[in-house]
Design a binder for this molecule. Structure first.
Ligand SMILES: Nc1nc2c(ncn2[C@@H]2O[C@H](COP(=O)(O)OP(=O)(O)OP(=O)(O)O)[C@@H](O)[C@H]2O)c(=O)[nH]1
Ligand SMILES: [Mg+2]
Length: 456
C-alpha cells in the first residue's frame, strides 16, 4: 500500500473571525490531534471535545477550542480526519497549523480534501465540481444551481448522451465483430440506425452547451458597458453605480484610456460593469487611437450597452454611430449632467427612443437608472437561464464529443466501419471523461481541483 500523507490546511477564509478551522485528513490526523491535546482526556470519535491546544515539545498553551475527530470512513474524505475549531486569529491559526506540519502533516493542495472524498467514492466528479461552484457562488441563482448539482443527480442528461453514443457504436461495431452474420442490407440499416442515434446525441449535446453558455454568463455575470463620447461623465457614472471612486474623473477629455471592469450585484445577478474611453471623436494621437480601439473591443463583448450623452451639449453628430451600434443589442440611453441644465428639447426625437435624464455627480435619477438597468440585465440573463450548471470543463468534453460525432456523420457511408467506430469511440470517451469515468487521478487533479481553494 502506498503511504498516504496526512494533509492539513486552514478550512476557513483568511482574516479575523469568531472561529477559524484547521482541518487534518489522513492516517496520522488523530495522532497529531492527540499530541496537541497530550495529558488531557482521550478524544471521543464524532464528538465535540473541548480541549486546550498545546505545543507538544514546550507544553505552551496555544489556544483552547473544539477538537472534532472523525474516524474514517465516516468523514468527508473517508479517511481519519480532525477539525480544530479555534479562535479566528490568522496569527494563532498559522502557529497551530505550523505545529501540525512539524508533527508530520503536509500542506494540503487546493481541493485536496474533496479530491480524497472523490477517490473514496464519497462524491462523484460532477458533485465535486458542484462543491467548488457552491463555495464560489456570487449570486442566488449560482447558489441554487450549485445546490441542485450537489444534492440531486444532474448526471442524467450526460448519461443519456453517453447511452445514445454507446448504442450508436454498438450498431456500427456489430458488422465489424461478426461480419458473416450481417448482409449488406443489414449493414446499411445498422448504419442508418447509428446515424439517427448520433443525430439525437448531438441535439442533446446542443441543449447542454446552451446550459454551459448560461452557466458562464451566470458565473462571469452580464457585461454592462458604459459608452459615450469623451467627457460626458462615463467614469463619474461608473463611480456612482459602484458607490465608491474607483476610476479617475477629470474635466480633461480623454481621461479614461483603458477599459476598467468591476463586479456589482444588480437584483439577483452578478454584473461586470465596464468603464470605457470616450469614442466617436477623431483620435488626437496614437494613445487616443489605442484607447478608442479598446473601447470598441469592450463594446463588442457587451451584453448590455449603457450609452451616456451630455445634457449640456445635446446629441452630437459623432455620437450617432455609437447609438446605431447600441441599438443592435439591449441598451439604455442616459443623458448626464441634468443638474447643469435640462435634457435638451427634442433630444428624445433625435435619439429616436426614450432617454433618462440623470446626474452622476449629484445623484439625480440614479435609482431610476439602476432599476431600469436591473430589469434589462434580468431580461438578458433569463433569456438563456440554465436548467442545470454545466461547467467549463464539462462543456469542453461535450464539444470534443460533438466534434467526433460530426466526423462520424461526415464519414458515414464513405469510410470503413472500423474508422466510423473509432470516431464514435472518441465521442464516447469524452462523455466518460466528463462523468469522471476512465480518467486518471492526475488528470482530474490538473483539470478540476486546480480551481479549488485550499482547505476544501
Ligand atoms: N455638472 C456635472 N458634471 C459632471 C457630471 N458627471 C460628470 N461631470 C463632470 O464631467 C467631467 C468629465 O467627467 P468624467 O466622468 O471624467 O467623464 P468621462 O466620460 O469618463 O470622460 P473621458 O474618460 O475623458 O471620456 C468631470 O469634470 C466631471 O466632474 C454631472 O452629473 N454633472
Ligand atoms: Mg472616463
Amino acid at each position: 500500500m502506498p503511504h498516504v500523507p496526512t494533509i492539513a490546511a486552514l478550512a476557513t477564509a483568511h482574516g479575523n473571525g469568531g472561529i477559524g478551522i484547521i482541518r487534518l485528513s489522513g492516517p496520522d490526523s488523530w495522532a497529531i490531534a492527540e499530541q496537541l491535546t497530550a495529558g488531557q482526556p482521550a478524544l471521543v470519535d464524532h464528538m465535540a471535545n473541548l480541549r486546550r491546544i498545546c505545543h507538544p515539545a514546550t507544553g505552551e498553551a496555544l489556544d483552547q477550542g473544539i477538537v472534532l475527530p472523525m474516524r474514517g470512513p465516516r468523514s468527508y474524505t473517508g479517511e481519519d480526519t480532525v477539525e480544530l475549531q479555534l479562535h479566528g486569529s490568522p496569527l494563532l491559526l498559522d502557529s497551530v497549523l505550523g505545529v501540525c506540519l512539524e508533527l508530520g502533516a503536509q500542506s494540503a493542495r487546493p481541493g485536496e480534501f474533496t479530491f480524497r472524498a472523490l477517490l473514496a467514492g464519497k462524491l462523484s466528479l460532477l458533485q465535486a465540481e458542484a462543491v467548488r461552484d457552491l463555495v464560489n457562488a456570487g449570486s442566488d441563482e449560482e447558489l441554487s444551481l450549485a445546490r441542485k448539482s450537489l444534492f440531486t443527480d444532474t448526471s442524467q442528461p450526460f448519461r443519456e448522451v453517453l447511452s445514445l453514443i454507446t448504442k450508436s457504436l454498438a450498431s456500427v461495431e456489430g458488422p465489424v465483430d461478426f461480419p458473416d452474420q450481417f448482409t449488406e442490407e443489414d449493414e446499411a440499416s445498422a448504419l442508418h440506425g447509428a446515424t439517427s442515434l448520433a443525430v439525437e446525441a448531438r441535439a442533446e449535446i446542443q441543449k447542454l452547451l446552451a446550459d454551459a453558455q448560461a452557466t458562464a454568463r451566470l458565473q462571469h455575470g452580464v457585461t454592462v458597458v458604459i459608452a459615450g463620447a469623451p467627457n460626458v461623465g462615463k467614469s463619474s457614472l461608473m463611480n456612482a453605480l459602484l458607490k465608491y471612486p474607483r476610476v479617475i474623473v477629470s474635466d480633461i477629455p480623454g481621461t479614461t484610456r483603458d477599459s476598467v471592469s468591476e463586479d456589482i450585484l444588480l437584483g439577483r445577478h452578478r454584473v461586470t460593469l465596464v468603464d470605457t474611453a470616450g469614442i466617436g471623436t477623431a483620435p488626437a494621437d496614437l494613445l487616443d487611437g489605442l484607447a478608442g480601439e479598446r473601447a470598441r473591443q469592450s463594446l463588442e463583448c457587451a451584453d448590455v450597452v449603457l450609452v451616456v450623452l451630455d445634457a449640456e451639449t445635446g446629441l452630437q453628430p459623432h455620437e450617432r454611430d455609437l447609438l446605431d451600434h447600441a441599438r443592435r443589442q439591449p441598451h439604455l440611453v442616459a443623458v448626464n449632467k441634468i443638474d447643469a441644465g435640462p435634457v435638451p428639447r427634442g433630444l428624445e426625437v433625435e435619439v429616436g427612443e426614450q432617454v433618462l435624464g440623470i446626474s452622476a455627480t449629484e445623484g439625480i435619477e440614479l435609482d431610476a437608472l439602476t432599476d431600469r438597468l436591473t430589469k434589462l440585465v434580468e431580461t438578458v440573463a433569463e433569456t438563456v437561464a440554465a436548467k442545470q450548471m454545466v461547467t467549463h470543463r464539462q462543456a469542453a468534453e461535450l464539444m470534443t464529443s460533438d466534434r467526433a460525432l460530426v466526423d462520424f456523420m461526415n464519414s458515414a457511408g464513405a469510410a470503413p466501419a472500423d474508422v466510423l467506430a473509432y470516431y464514435l469511440g472518441e465521442a464516447r470517451e469524452a462523455m466518460q471523461r466528463l462523468l469522471g469515468e476512465h480518467i486518471a487521478p492526475d488528470e482530474i487533479l490538473a483539470t478540476v481541483f486546480n480551481t479549488f481553494c485550499i482547505g476544501k
